[in-house]
Design a protein around this ligand. Structure first.
Ligand code: NAD
Ligand code: TDX
Length: 341
């Protein structure tokens, strides 16, 4: 158990899950101090943290996890590192993989070194179910903590590399680590390159939604606050050196089913669906067995997919300025390169 009034270093806290985590944590543990270290890449947005930016227990460092000077300074007096910072979009990793290796692999190793030098009490690494590769649609099996790693995209290969390094620092140097491998998140502040916010914001702009290939790809959707709750439990009750898988409540729901639900919520017909060229090496199915974290730490997802999908649609409707501001210049260029005119 980590004692109260802790000092946390959150990396990538200006991104989707990191920002949700900071908002969640500051509400639940107002006595704790948080330092957010973020490079503010295209995916980082300080608007996500507006409601807490003036809180005296919150501080922001604009910096790169690959920069030793910056991270050594940020690590001073830190009890707990929660490491979200990463290049996170599979399609971008297919077009330009190098950045993924630099940030996700090299950056993680730099942080591990600094955490070791500064005697942090916990290094928690945020990872993904994608490191386990792809399941068949006909398969009833799910990923669990014993599943063999089999990453199939540059993104998932880089995350797998980072997971191995985190475990190596535990085994070799005794760094007190924990890892969570989580399934697909959705919710407020998700950058509209990812499927659900891309679909919602395209529909709000009266544009079609690109669905890769046959659309019969399956993801294990989890509302982002449930992910934050899982990290909270692992930080407070998790066993050092352990990995916990975290997943949602949906039963093998396909991308086509997801988009049909969104269209129904938004009162639009299925003419908004546009099948486009498939993603190379597209993983068919992800499904997560989260019974270990349930049995050992008492976690289970609490946010129903349909209900929170509707609330997420509402959030994007109510925060039009937020997504219009990010769907500008560089985003337009990316969109054209990815989907054509
Ligand atoms: P995101 O792309 O929204 O945010 C990433 C953040 O990291 C941004 O704020 C960005 O500026 C920052 N960053 C990138 N490179 C950096 C660097 N070199 N130095 C410092 N900061 C840097 O990502 P997300 O969806 O919030 O994902 C967060 C973490 O969770 C990632 O590690 C990702 O692999 C993992 N994850 C994501 C999902 C998901 O569904 N989104 C699921 C499981 C795991
Ligand atoms: O335009 C699209 N059309 C489409 O059909 C996009 C962007 C996606 N898709 C499909 C691909 C996937 O089957 O939707 C599904 C979800 O795609 P993404 O939102 O890109 O997520 P995914 O590739 O599954 O990876 C996500 O979950 C695990 C996150 O981006 C990762 O960071 C996380 O680790």
């Amino acid at each position: 158990m980590i004692t109260p009034a802790r000092k946390l270093l959150v990396t990538g806290g200006a991104g989707f899950i990191g920002a949700n985590f900071i908002l969640y944590w500051m509400k639940k543990y107002p006595q704790d101090k948080i330092v957010n270290l973020d490079k503010l890449t295209y995916a980082g947005n300080l608007e996500n943290l507006k409601e807490i930016e003036k809180n005296s227990n919150y501080g922001f460092i604009h910096g790169d996890i690959c920069d030793v000077g910056t991270i050594d300074e940020a690590m001073q007096g830190i009890d707990v590192v929660v490491h979200f910072a990463a290049e996170s979009h599979v399609d971008r990793s297919i077009k330009k993989p190098s950045k993924f290796i630099v940030t996700n692999v090299v950056g993680t190793q730099m942080l591990l070194n600094s955490a070791l030098r500064n005697n942090v009490k916990r290094f928690h690494h945020i990872s993904t179910d994608e490191v386990y590769g792809s399941l068949e649609l006909s398969d009833t099996n799910k990923f669990n903590e014993r599943t063999k790693y089999n990453p199939r995209s540059p993104y998932s290969a880089s995350k797998a590399g980072s997971d191995h390094l985190v475990r190596a620092y535990y085994e070799t140097y005794g760094l007190p680590i924990t890892i969570t491998n989580c399934s697909n998140n959705f919710g407020p502040y998700q950058f509209p390159e990812k499927f659900i916010p891309l679909a919602i914001t395209n529909i709000l702009e009266n544009k079609k939604v690109p669905v890769y290939g046959d659309g019969l790809y399956v993801r294990d959707w989890l509302y982002v606050v449930d992910h934050c709750r899982a990290i909270d439990l692992v930080l407070n009750k998790g066993k050092i050196g352990e990995t916990y898988l975290v997943g949602g409540m949906t039963q093998d729901i396909s991308n086509l089913e997801v988009i049909k639900k969104i269209l129904k919520i938004m009162n639009r017909d299925e003419s908004f669906i546009e099948h486009v060229k498939d993603r190379p090496g597209h993983d068919r199915r992800y499904a997560v067995d989260w019974s270990k974290i349930e049995k050992e730490l008492g976690w289970k997802p609490l946010h129903d997919f349909d209900e929170w999908l509707e609330k997420t649609v509402e959030w994007y409707k109510e925060n039009e300025k937020w997504w219009r501001d990010v769907k500008t210049g560089a985003y337009q260029k990316y969109y054209k390169e990815q989907y054509g005119e």
